[in-house]
Design a protein around this ligand. Structure first.
Ligand code: FAD
Length: 379
């Protein structure tokens, strides 16, 4: 077996591992280990690619606000095309959902970003909405589609340029204290490093158990998406339409429409596959709210969104295992929060405080600490 050393080993090369590893590689010798043959095969490659500053819990919204600048104006040379394309998000409510819409629009950090729209004004933005379904809506004009692959590749390229290393087909199978702090083993390689970053997505608790570290109670939940034919070219200018209770959403996608039933079915960590019933539910819910007639499903997929009990991410050192750093639980928001999360993880993993610009926008590392979960993780 080959042996080597590093300052930091990152487990998982999805968007979380890639963003943190690229930031850490500015000052540290970083090795990223990815089990699959290519990075992005799991949640990162399966998202709906939304950037919204008002989607998710308050800590998520702060991380998203703090990510905006990077997504719209990345550093020189990071990528060679725009990462985001502006597209509004229209949060719609039926008559029975008006209380939810009101409560959402009243949240202090949501209110400045949305405009209330009457039903006719909502229909003017998206012509397939049914006038007898939509009672009112809230439009977030500043949301966007993210080119996830471009963003992810940008960080992997940056990692390489900073002499960091990505090793694929490298599943971490053993993880124990020893050597310089942690001894990390794949079937072919042993690495000694003082710091291990657990960015294993849905497998983060599996990795913790390998290391005999207390799990955080991560629950992977399956979410389904499908692409259907769009009713016409005009649809490309529509906003993303999101049911206020997230029972469905749809948005234009490369000449078609991406639909989701907003499902959250508990699942073991796995290569998630779509269920026919969830596909049928998505079609039914979207057809109920719109005049769309789905005749053909071009393709469908599913991926895992992984949450802990309070649905906030988990970022920071484990209190029961020095040098074991958590970067997990991004739920359905790991793309839009990745720029801020990668920098926050980098700072905390080096014993530094939250970067001032992130703190100013409301990012509070305390609310993300792993040890807040000790009581709920059932261990
Ligand atoms: C249908 C769907 C829609 C979504 N929509 C959005 C959206 O619109 N906006 C948004 O911001 N987010 C969205 N998300 C959520 C987002 O995709 C995730 O939060 C994000 O991709 C999580 O990234 P990650 O790097 O933590 O996980 P992953 O991308 O799953 O990466 C984890 C990696 O760890 C590797 N790994 C696991 N165990 C080991 C091991 N033992 N050794 C080595 N490697 C290992 C895995 O192979 C994997 O590549 C959506 C998700 C889904 C499924």
């Amino acid at each position: 077996m080959n042996t080597t050393t590093a300052d930091v080993v990152v487990i998982g090369a999805g968007i979380a591992g890639a963003s943190a590893a690229a930031a850490l590689a500015q000052t540290q010798r970083v090795i990223v280990l990815e089990r699959e043959a290519f990075p992005g095969m799991h949640s990162t490659g399966r998202s709906a690619a939304l950037f919204s500053e008002i989607y998710g819990s308050a800590p998520i919204r702060a991380l998203s606000r703090a990510s905006r600048r990077f997504l719209y104006a990345p550093p020189e040379g990071f990528v060679d095309a725009p990462i985001v394309r502006q597209r509004g998000a229209l949060h719609i409510a039926s008559a029975a959902q008006m209380d939810e819409l009101d409560a959402f629009c009243a949240l202090p950090d949501v209110a400045p970003s949305v405009h209330r729209l009457s039903a006719p004004a909502a229909l003017a933005r998206c012509s397939i909405l049914r006038s007898d379904y939509v009672a009112a809506a809230a439009l977030e004009a500043g949301s966007a589609d993210v080119d996830v692959d471009l963003l992810h590749r940008g960080w992997l390229r940056q990692l390489k340029a900073r002499d960091g290393q990505l090793i694929v087909n490298a599943e971490v199978v053993r993880l124990a204290r020893g050597g310089a702090g942690w001894r990390v083993e794949t079937p072919d390689l042993r690495i000694d490093a003082p710091v291990v970053v657990n960015a294993a997505g849905a497998w983060a608790d599996v990795v913790a158990r390998l290391a005999d570290v207390r799990p955080v109670g991560l629950e992977p939940r399956r979410r389904t998406a499908l692409i259907v034919d769009a009713p016409g070219a005009e649809s490309d200018s529509w906003p993303m339409v999101i049911d206020i209770d997230e029972r469905f959403y749809f948005r234009p996608d490369a000449g078609g429409l991406l639909l989701s039933p907003g499902d959250e079915t508990p699942s073991a960590p796995c290569d998630a596959q779509p269920d026919e019933l969830d596909i049928a539910i998505a079609v039914d819910r979207v057809q109920t709210a719109t005049t769309l007639e789905v005749r053909r499903i071009r393709r469908s997929w599913a991926g895992l969104r992984s949450f802990v009990a309070d649905r906030n991410p988990v970022v920071g050192f484990a209190s029961d295992a020095p040098g074991f750093f958590w970067l997990a639980g991004q739920g359905g928001y790991g793309i839009q929060t990745a720029p801020a999360m990668g920098r926050l993880a980098c700072a905390l993993a080096q014993g530094e405080p939250t970067p001032a610009d992130l703190a100013e926008l409301g990012v509070d590392a305390q609310s993300l600490r792993p040890d807040r979960l000790a009581a709920t993780a059932g261990v």
